[in-house]
Each structure stands twice: as C-alpha cells, then as structure tokens.
Write a protein that binds this ligand. Structure first.
Ligand SMILES: Nc1ncnc2c1ncn2[C@@H]1O[C@H](COP(=O)(O)OP(=O)(O)O)[C@@H](O)[C@H]1O
Ligand SMILES: [Mg+2]
Length: 327
C-alpha cells in the first residue's frame, strides 16, 4: 500500500433501509404506491380474521379511514402479544406464527406488518411516521425516522398502559403528502371491504370513510356459525411436497434447539400432527418405515432421506386409510 492509498472501511448498513423507500416497499409488497391503502387494509383484515379464527371467535372488524389520514383496523380477537410486537420491529428477521406451516391462513410471509410500519416514513420523504398498536393492555407507539448522522432509518418503540384489553387496535397515520393516494383509492377500498364479506360469511364488518363524502356502513355476518378449516386443525399430508415437509421439520428442529419446552420433540409427535395420522399404529408404521430414531432434534432429520420417505409414506397411508382426505 502506498502512503496515499485510501484505506477502505467495510461499512455495515442496516437492513431497515430495505423497507424505508417507496421503491423498496413497492418491491416488498408487490404493489405500486397508489395501491398501498388496499395493501394496508387487506393485510390488517387478513391478520384480524386469522387471529379470530385461530381463537374460535366470530370476527367483528371495524375499518376506518379518517380525515386526519389515519387508517385504523380494530378486531375482537385475542390481541397481538407484546413480545410479537418487539420481534416485528427487529428488521433483521421475520416474525410469523404461520410461515413454516402449510395451512389455510391468509398470512404466511411474516412480512406484512413490518412493511406497514415503514409506509408513512417512505411516503413522506423520510420524515418520521408513526403507528400505534393497542392490545393486551399495552399501547405501543412505533416511530420510523432517520438517523441524521448515519443517514439510515431508525425505529423507536415506546410502551404505555392501555385500556384496550380485548382484540387489537392498529392505527397508522399517513402524511398529508399522501392525501391524494388515499382519496383516489376510495372505490377500490370499498370494493375490497365488500369482497371480504362475500367470502367470509361469519364476518361482521364496519366501514367508516371520512375523506370528502362520508360513508359509514356495517355488513352483519350472514352465517355466524360458518367455520373455515382452521390453522389449528390438523394439517393434511396432501398439502405438502418434499421441500415443504423438509422446511417444516427443519423449523421444528431449530425451534426445539432454541426452546427446550418445545412440544414437538420426537418424530412420532411430528407425525401425529397430521390429519388422519394421529393413531399410534399409523405413527409407529411411519416411524418404522422411514427408519427414524425417536428424537427429532437432529439436523439430519430434516434432510432428504427421512423427509422424502416420510412424505411418500404419509401420502400413501393417508390415501389408503382415509380416501376422503382431500382439501
Ligand atoms: N390482529 C392480530 N391479532 C393477533 N395477532 C396478530 C394480529 N396481527 C398480527 N398478529 C401476529 O403477528 C404476526 C405477524 O403478522 P404479519 O406480519 O402479518 O405476518 P403473517 O400474517 O404472514 O404471519 C402474525 O403471524 C401473528 O402472530
Ligand atoms: Mg399477515
């Protein structure tokens, strides 16, 4: 190196930057900025429905777009847990109770809330944007802003006590510069909300729109007892191919390594989670057929030989013993 050579420093940049610009968020959401109201409302109603259905609660959801440009979705579900919110704002990883599973849930990426939290910031040329989540007796205020020295986005999270003990109340406030995106999206928004009630007969949905011409209506559930196949129902082996099965096994193994109380610690327990395979005779036959050891806690278990044999065996067993299993 000569005396004048530039000693380059390897700078570390935050992954938050991946969420902080309109361009990046358009990539993350797969939608152009003028469609973000629909993205927001769809993701929040999806989450609310998933949470209510998982808890066996008839969903009652309120959606409001107010004249202060806030978008609020309120549900009557079990509420979003404080530690889930803490993990959501850690942008180095994804958080989902659904990602590794194949199930009839609407959410599966563990990415939606992280993108919604970044939208007000990205919409206002990097000015601070705030989202408030009230749930389980805690009011979380999450502010997306920029660090002036580092020129990187930063996120702040404060907690206060809240009187919201039931359900989740999610409010994100868009900047005035995004007013036209909201106003122009009105008819698409109403169409989306109506579509939710068509395909979810158990849903009671209230809508309030306060920008320009005011709209307020409620569509009551047409069939409150309607029951969708739930994420907590046993999974059908037919939903899985070899790759997806290996993915689920690997997720269980990793989670088991990090959490000694993890309930799925043996291959037998893993097998018994599937629809039509909970009987001990079927479980033993499958474990025997794939030559598996008792413990699931081995990185080799998720590898090809066992997951391949297991997938084949699940399908043939299930097809033979219960031809009615088809989703
Ligand atoms: N309204 C809600 N009520 C309860 N839990 C929720 C709610 N919204 C989100 N969550 C929790 O936050 C997690 C992350 O949500 P999200 O980012 O939309 O990812 P995904 O829905 O793909 O799992 C969900 O998996 C769920 O555990
Ligand atoms: Mg979701």
């Amino acid at each position: 190196m000569t005396a004048h050579a530039l000693a380059r420093v390897v700078f570390q940049t935050s992954r938050l930057g991946d969420f902080a610009s309109q361009k990046q968020l358009e990539k993350q959401t797969g939608h152009a900025v003028f469609d973000w109201l629909r993205v927001t409302v769809k993701e929040l109603i999806d989450n609310a429905l998933d949470a209510c259905e998982e808890a066996g609660i008839e969903p009652v959801i309120d959606v409001a777009v107010a004249d202060d440009l806030s978008i609020t979705v309120i549900d009557n579900g079990p509420g979003i847990a404080p530690d889930t919110i803490a993990k959501l704002i850690d942008y180095s990883s994804r958080v989902s109770s659904r990602e590794a599973y194949i199930s009839p849930t609407r959410g599966a990426q563990g990415n939606a809330l992280s993108t919604l939290l970044a939208m007000p910031f990205a919409l206002d040329d990097s000015k601070p944007g705030t989202t408030v989540i009230k749930s389980q007796g805690v009011e979380h205020t999450i502010t997306f802003s920029a660090d002036p020295i580092r020129q990187t986005p930063k996120i702040e999270h404060t907690r206060e006590p809240s009187n919201v003990k039931t359900g989740t109340r999610f409010t994100t406030r868009w900047p005035y510069s995004a007013c036209s995106f909201l106003a122009d999206a009105r008819s698409k928004f109403l169409h989306l909300a109506t579509a939710f009630t068509w395909i979810n007969p158990h849903l009671t949905l209230s809508i309030a729109w306060e920008l320009g011409e005011r709209i307020a209506w409620t569509i009551a559930a047409t069939d409150p007892a309607w029951r969708k196949s739930l994420p907590s129902d046993p999974m059908s082996p037919h939903w899985f191919n070899v790759e997806r099965l290996g993915r689920l096994m690997a997720a269980h193994i990793a989670h088991g390594q990090d959490n000694p109380d993890h309930p799925v610690r043996t291959l037998a327990r893993f097998v018994a989670q599937f629809k039509g395979l909970s009987g001990s005779a079927k479980v033993s036959a499958i474990c025997e057929a794939v030559g598996a050891t008792r413990s699931l806690n081995s990185s080799a278990t998720a590898g090809s030989p066992i997951s391949r044999g297991y997938s084949r065996k699940c399908r043939t067993k299930a097809e033979r013993s219960s031809p009615a299993i088809s989703e």
